[in-house]
Design a protein around this ligand. Structure first.
Ligand code: NAD
Ligand code: GLY
Length: 363
């Protein structure tokens, strides 16, 4: 069992992240102090996750005295909509959830993001606990308080920062996760090594595919907790968590979010960002190849053969201004930096990155 704390150096309060096996069955006991005595405890989940873990969590909460109800949404990114958010509000109303209640997000990043937003805005804010069930949610989305839905303008366009009251990451749930989703989470795990820990990256290089344990999940949460503690509201250092995401997001946008999972796109984005860094003289030669080998070993795809057209999708990035985008590059494995690039330069950078990737792949 691993226990971490997320604080903000400039703002009072903190929350715990507990990581271990069997935490869902122990949710009632673990969350005792957050369970309201005179109000509802509402579990928000998706159909897949609730079918697998709903009964376990509801029974555990009821045993701890919670007056429970469940709101179940269809699985997948298509559920992160205003329409689905409204449906959740309607169900909160039908259930009789009041401000003194508790919302529990049981699922991956989709459930965490929309349930987080629903809780943060229902009656101006109800406490939320995250019970993440995907690797991606356990190492990333359940920590840090970002909540969101997508709109026709793009992904995660509407949301608020709202800290969870607690995070319980039950590693047992990863045993039922489809392999593709597991690999997708591994892309974020690799990202933490690439931006902040050469030691973690080396450990991952010596692992077999799909073998992230409690200690690795805790290492990732520790890195994210440190970054979020310093920059909760994403105005500086938190942007380093976007390594691989600018190009990854460009790929997702290019294919209308259908061809690649988020992690598959980020894996390619990290190789591209390292190659961009190499051609700009910021990243040591051979780094893109090292990231590529690690992502391939985890069942993630290599970058597409022609990446030059990604330049046209980069201006959609939330971190962009009218004429430029903040790219996260690395000075080496474990050391990330922000590098500003004008949109006009992006095409040439991507063309050089493509040459780097091709020449390193031939070695
Ligand atoms: P997801 O929530 O869609 O889950 C992936 C699939 O796995 C779904 O079909 C789900 O039903 C299923 N599933 C979940 N847990 C399972 C389990 N234990 N066993 C079997 N099936 C299971 O996807 P995700 O990758 O977890 O999250 C992606 C979302 O997270 C995106 O919307 C992204 O924008 C968001 N995100 C948010 C943050 C943040 O800081 N808030 C960070 C990263 C990503
Ligand atoms: N996943 C990026 C962030 O939390 O800031």
């Amino acid at each position: 069992m691993e226990l971490l704390k997320v604080e903000n150096t400039a703002r009072a309060g903190s929350y715990d992240i507990e990581i271990g096996s069997g935490l869902i069955a122990a949710a009632g006991e673990k969350l005792g102090r957050f369970i309201p005595k005179h109000d509802k405890t509402v579990v928000v989940s998706d159909e897949n996750v609730f079918r697998l873990y709903g009964e376990r969590v509801m029974a555990s909460l009821a045993k701890a005295g919670a007056d429970t109800a469940a709101v179940i949404i269809p699985p997948g990114e298509a559920s992160k909509t205003l329409k689905q958010l409204e449906a959740i509000y309607d169900l909160f109303g039908d259930i009789g959830l009041k401000r003194g209640g508790l919302v529990i997000a049981l699922g991956g990043g989709v459930v965490g993001d929309i349930a987080g937003l629903a809780a943060a805005t229902w009656m101006r804010g109800v406490p939320l606990v995250q019970l993440p069930t995907t690797l991606l949610a356990q190492v990333d989305s359940s920590v840090g308080g970002k909540t969101a839905i997508d709109t026709s303008s793009g992904k995660n366009m509407v949301g608020v920062f709202s800290r969870p009251a607690a995070v319980l990451a039950d590693t047992e749930t990863l045993s039922t996760l489809p392999l593709r989703e597991y690999a997708s989470g591994m892309a974020e795990v690799i990202k933490y090594g690439a931006i902040a820990s050469a030691g973690l990256f080396e450990r991952l290089e010596s692992l077999n595919a799909g073998a992230a344990g409690e200690d690795i999940i805790a290492a990732c949460c520790g890195i994210k907790a440190d970054i979020v503690s310093e920059d909760e509201f994403d105005t500086g250092k938190r942007q380093l968590l976007n390594f691989g995401h600018t190009f990854g997001h460009a790929l997702e946008t290019k294919y209308g979010f259908t061809k690649y999972t988020h992690g598959e796109a980020v894996a390619q984005g990290m190789v591209i960002a390292a190659a961009v860094g190499e051609s700009a003289g910021i990243t040591p030669k051979g780094t893109a190849d090292r990231i590529l080998r690690l992502t391939l070993a985890q069942g993630l795809p290599a970058p597409e053969t022609d990446i030059t057209d990604l330049a046209r999708y980069i201006s959609h990035d939330k971190k962009s201004t009218a004429d430029s985008v903040s790219l996260v590059l690395i000075r080496g494995i474990g050391a990330a930096v922000i590098h500003n690039v004008k949109f006009g330069e992006a095409g040439a950078l991507l063309a050089s990155a493509q040459t780097v990737i091709r020449s390193e792949a031939k070695r």
